[in-house]
Write a protein that binds this ligand. Structure first.
Ligand SMILES: *Cc1c(COP(=O)(O)O)cnc(C)c1O
Length: 379
């Protein structure tokens, strides 16, 4: 990655990652198993609370796929998914031959709306099929309305898959994100709050689900001296090299969350007195966001500049910024999927912009970002 370009979120090594990787080389554990894999799982379990069991996997997408398999999602089933998210939340539904049912966001957390969720469940049941799972996402690190969504899940007895890919280090009412789902998932892709260069994890309080996830992720080999299979398996385990990076990253996770929160404050300071610009922040003290990405909503009618004008000016200065996730119900590939909601996610997509948020931005880079933004505010 070039030094000069300022990215939305780039890998930020803490310093000890390489020693875990070196150890893997020295002991020849160059495989999708080994001491770093187990060590990384332990580190995550200690961080999330030891009642949570963690299976380290090759990606967050793989974790979502296994979560749906473990919940028995099959061909023709329906699975509810937050529309406003990255496509990886929804794609595994289709891997299983199931049908995604998309639900709008609410404006406080930008995540799945409890009212439209219940409306969707009632309507799908009335049409003859009870959804098999609810995929709820903590977008940009902001916890979804955990209590409200959990209540609906319990009322209709539909399990939650908690997509916490963007929210490691966030919490709701003091409890860590990644521990709220019947099954939860994490991602350690290169742009996430911590990275293993590529990786993910499945989290569950049920040890049997962790064991079954690892079984499926390692080609579903039955206990036999020869290779014998009674189920279809996958090659989804995390490599011992990648897990070594993860162990080093866990040492700096909380420090990096603090730095991302400072970036959020940086933008709140810049736009403090700007009518029509709102920096996305926690709705109240129940919510603690890792602020994986800092985002703004820009209403041109009030502030006289648009998110696209900012994006282009940033690009001209070699600074990355990006519109918010385009809702799944607007994506060509999902155009035939049922959708429940109003226009909240569409409006967020229209007015929103993600700004550089990395924990490793240098002072001079912040000055550069500030200069571009201030230019808009001053005119
Ligand atoms: C990154 C991400 C994923 C997928 O994780 P990978 O590790 O990249 O496969 C899933 N959901 C959300 C919301 C994400 O941001």
């Amino acid at each position: 990655m070039s030094n000069s370009k300022i990215y939305l979120s780039s890998p930020h090594m803490g310093g000890t990652e390489q020693s875990f990787v070196n150890e893997a080389f020295e002991t020849n554990w160059i495989a999708p198993l080994g001491p770093n894999v187990e060590g990384f799982e332990k580190d995550l379990e200690n961080y999330l609370g030891v009642e949570n069991h963690v299976a380290a996997l090759s990606s967050g997408t793989a974790a979502l796929h296994l979560a749906l398999i473990l919940l028995g999602v099959e061909r023709g089933d329906e699975v509810i998914c937050q529309s406003m998210t990255f496509s990886a939340s929804a794609n595994p539904i289709v891997y299983q031959g199931a049908i995604p049912i998309f639900v709008d966001s609410e404006p406080d957390t930008w995540n799945i709306c409890p009212n439209h969720l219940e409306e969707a469940i009632k309507d799908r049941i009335a049409k003859g099929k009870k959804p098999k799972a609810i995929i709820a996402v903590h977008l940009y690190g902001m916890p979804y309305k955990v209590d409200e969504i959990k209540k609906i899940s319990e009322k209709y007895e539909i399990p939650i898959v908690e997509d916490s890919a963007e929210a490691l280090g966030s919490s709701y009412k003091g409890q860590k994100c990644g521990t709220f789902g019947d099954i939860s998932i994490l991602s350690f892709n290169g742009n996430k709050i911590i990275t293993t260069s590529g990786g993910g994890a499945l989290v569950s309080k049920n040890l049997k689900l962790k064991d079954k996830a690892i079984f499926l992720a390692t080609q579903a080999r039955d206990a036999a001296p020869h290779y014998q299979h009674s189920e279809i398996g996958y090659n989804y385990r995390l490599s011992n090299i990648s897990a070594g990076i993860g162990r080093g990253q866990m040492e700096v996770l909380d420090k990096h969350v603090g730095l991302r929160q400072k970036m959020n404050q940086f933008y709140r300071d810049i736009f403090r007195n700007t009518m029509g610009v709102k920096v996305f922040s926690e709705p109240n003290s129940d919510y603690f966001s890792n602020h994986w990405l800092s985002c703004v909503l820009i209403d041109k009618a009030l502030c006289c500049f648009s998110p696209e004008e900012i994006r282009l000016a940033m690009a001209e200065n070699n600074i990355e910024s990006r519109p918010l996730w385009k809702p799944m119900h607007l994506q060509p590939v999902f155009k035939n999927a049922p959708y429940y909601g109003a226009d909240i996610s569409e409006k967020l997509f229209e007015f929103g912009l993600c700004l550089p948020s990395g924990s490793n931005l240098k002072e001079q880079e912040k000055v550069k970002i500030n200069d571009v933004l201030i230019h808009f505010i001053d005119i």
